[in-house]
Design a binder for this molecule. Sequence first.
Ligand code: PLP
Length: 453
Amino acid sequence: MSNYDTNAIQKLDNAHYMHPFTDHKALGEKGARVMVRGDGIYLWDSEGKKIIDGMSGLWCVNVGYGRTSISEAVYQQMETLPFYNSFFNTTNVPAVQLAAKLVQISPPQFNHVYFTGSGSEGNDTNVRMVRRYWDVLGQPERQVIISRHNAYHGSTMAGASLGGMKDMHAQGGLPIPGVVHIEQPNYLESGRGLTEEAFGIEAASWLEQKILEVGPDKVAAFIGEPIQGAGGVIIPPSTYWPEIQRICDKYGILLIADEVICGFGRVGRWFASELFDIRPDLITFAKGVTSGYVPLGGVLVGDRVAKVLIEQGGEFNHGFTYSGHPVACAAALENIRIIEDEKLVERVANETGPYLKKRFAELAEHPLVGYANSCGFVAGLNLVRSKGATVHDNVAFDPSLAVGMVCRGHMFNNGMIMRAVGDRMIIAPPLVLTTAQIDEMLALIRHCLDLTY
Ligand code: PLP
């Protein structure tokens, strides 16, 4: 894209644009890389360099870039009705159609949808909704929401409080009252000596301990990402989620699955709750619902909660200007049509997901890699100082050595985006990735691991 003056854009960027999650001083004089175009799984920067987007933007461009049918759906909706809200006894056609479509593709306990503009707003909505639910049922003392350390649930006050990121809590007076955290089910870090299955049960028991500590009659809900994404793609043992479900049922606590990353085919199911065999009461969604083409998020509201709020709750004093935005909903409808028509969920489940799993696991042979695994189209590997007898004997690099950042830099310079979370390198590629493209991506990763070693 030689018609962009990269230096001029970077100068303006430096002068005026405060980026999210960015240390501007560390960004330095040269500034940020400018992305200008996308097609399929590829991006191009302002200097014309082609890059494989191993992260689907921010885990969201599920159908890949350059889908003209989404742009056309957006254009048509903008021409017809660019905006109308659904407050005060009004509604709009795409929002209604999308709500019905989401109900059709989601687990059977979901018959209602609450729209927001983002995943963070979806989780804020969850906080208010679960507390309102218990209020209406005459148990207002049920206020506490249990979440997990190292979780990511967004950047609003409530979202970041539910999240368990220490660096986020250190800024701005977080967490808000009534949010407590338990350890994440990270077998690699904490599972020493146990089988994965036994560790899954043990990690779930931390929830029960916390419920008893807080007092069961004070706990409103538990929230978790089925697979922790931003925390470094932590895939829990198969025993973990069913045990969490059992504990929530035992104490009558609402279960919230934050599927902002996992939803819309990323794990080879429409929702990861199906894969992990759980029955959440609420599901947060965003990202893949529109493949990121237009911002949209929301909450799938299960019958247990919807019945109480609708039949007994009166007005729920909550909502966003852009709840059910017609243009965003039109984009989502077309995006979901593409996922269905191209059988992307089935492809990730049966063809490309298993192939990625096999090829990605081969990276564990590399001297710099201790452990590599994936689930559908999320994958992560641990960079290690030396190979040990078992995965736990590998001493992980001190994140302050920033070896992950070095590896990420090599990836970036060699034409692929792979994210570094401490000593973990992670990917979440677009669901349209072919097996040939998986080979192309894996060759690049291997090459960059060699450069980092
Ligand atoms: N929940 C999860 C699991 C996420 O990964 C994210 C974003 O990465 C969010 C919530 C927040 O979504 P948003 O950035 O759309 O507010």
